[in-house]
Design a protein around this ligand. Structure first.
Ligand code: NIG
Ligand code: FE
Length: 399
């Protein structure tokens, strides 16, 4: 049992942070500073004892998409299931139709709004997946839009290719050819054009089989891309163990994860990314095996899964709350899940995720008196300021 209180966060009281060239150059007690800060620093910002955390990292989103699925949400409210809707040609495919039809500029516009909403809640890094194009040009359009939205919202964007999200309608009777085009055409092109750092897939009964997923993960590796996987969201398909076999950065969702999957992830160092808002929004009742993950020492990350079908959520703080209320994480575990462990899920733990000298100057300054408040309040504006890559949002402005 982790004892509550600031100590469980590894917090430093009466601290000072030094920033130079977009990097943290000092993090520690104020009294140990070499000299009076006014003498050696170009600017000194007094935070008056406010809590500062690493900038939040949302390590699993589908932030770029066109339209919304409010009508399907109403159908679900009247009893249809996510699976029924997907099998009827709706679900992911209805967003594919809208996204294919949208221009890149339109995608940038709506994704920027969502990224800004995240930034206003302390996010400095967002992972964004493709997967609503399902053909080469539309997938690339999504990935370009992701980068542009990140620049406009002043957040770091990490891009993931999700061509194996679902089977597009034109390949309905030819699964094999679609998987082949993902592996032989799309992945090589995405890698060559450096449009993504990783490849993801959806291994489940309404998407791709383990054998098909294996081909996709193998192609990713061949082309030097990292891998991650939507696994065990709706059923136990063995996806997490498969992902672990490929040294995946993360396996995500995991409600139906078995003990075999937990053991495989622990052995491979694969991060478990929990997405409590999708669990909530689908009214899922099967919980991911949090205690087994803890016992096995699998790092646990928490993300919004922001997407139009299963998690229309643009607030990382609400995801933290849900991770605690629905999955039983402690507030300290939830915060680690959106900082340190989220960085691991992106393979960026050397650059972001903690406040340490040498890492990027990505931080969030909060109007709170206890860090547990980050996962306690629902809907309050807790962020006082945010620094991304050494630049404070409120620089030059009076607040
Ligand atoms: O993370 N599971 C697959 N992909 C998304 C949902 C995408 C959608 O419904 O549009 C998820 O839940
Ligand atoms: Fe997802």
């Amino acid at each position: 049992m982790v004892s509550p209180g600031p100590a469980s966060y590894g917090a430093v009281g009466d601290a000072a942070i030094g920033i130079a060239g977009g990097q943290l150059v000092y993090v520690g007690p104020r009294r140990s500073l070499p000299d009076k800060p006014e003498k050696c620093a170009r600017a000194v910002r007094r935070l008056g004892g406010a809590w500062v955390t690493p900038g939040l990292i949302d390590c699993h989103t589908h932030l770029v998409f066109a339209g919304n699925r409010a009508a399907e949400w109403e159908m679900r409210a009247r009893g249809a299931s996510y699976e029924d809707i997907a099998r009827g040609g709706g679900g992911i495919l209805s967003t594919v139709r809208a996204t294919r039809a949208a221009s890149e500029d339109v995608l940038v516009e709506s994704a920027t709004q969502r990224a800004r909403a995240m930034a206003r809640r302390g996010v400095t890094t967002i992972e964004i997946k493709s997967g609503y194009g399902l053909e080469s040009e539309s997938e690339k359009k999504m990935l370009r839009a992701a980068a542009r939205a990140g620049e406009r919202a002043h957040v770091r964007v990490v891009r993931t290719f999700l061509g194996a999200h679902t089977l597009p309608p034109e390949f309905k009777d030819n699964r094999e050819s679609y998987v082949e085009s993902v592996c032989e055409q799309m992945i090589p092109a995405i890698a060559r054009e450096r449009l993504a750092d990783a490849v993801d897939g959806f291994c489940d009964k309404i998407a791709f089989t383990p054998a098909e997923t294996e081909r996709v993960l193998a192609a990713a590796k061949t082309h030097g891309l990292r891998v991650k996987l939507h696994a065990e969201q709706l059923s136990d398909s063995g996806g997490a163990a498969l992902a672990a076999k490929f040294g995946a950065l993360s396996a995500d969702h995991l409600e139906y994860l078995s003990d075999v999957g937990v053991a495989a992830m622990a052995k491979a160092g694969t991060v478990a990314v929990l997405l409590p808002a999708a669990y909530y929004f689908l009214r899922e009742t099967k919980m991911p095996p949090v205690e087994a993950l803890r016992r096995a020492g699998v790092p646990i990350a928490v993300a919004t899964d922001c997407n139009p079908g299963t998690s229309p959520l643009a607030s990382p703080l609400i995801a933290l709350n849900m991770a605690c209320t629905l999955f039983g994480l402690t507030p300290a575990e939830a915060l680690a899940g959106m900082t340190l462990n989220a960085a691991r899920a992106l393979g960026l733990e050397r650059e972001i995720g903690t406040l340490e000298s040498g890492k990027c100057a990505d931080l969030a300054v909060w109007n709170i008196s206890d860090p547990a408040e980050l996962s306690y309040w629902l809907g309050l504006d807790l962020l006082r300021d945010r620094c991304a890559g050494g630049r404070f949002d409120k620089d030059g402005r009076t607040s």
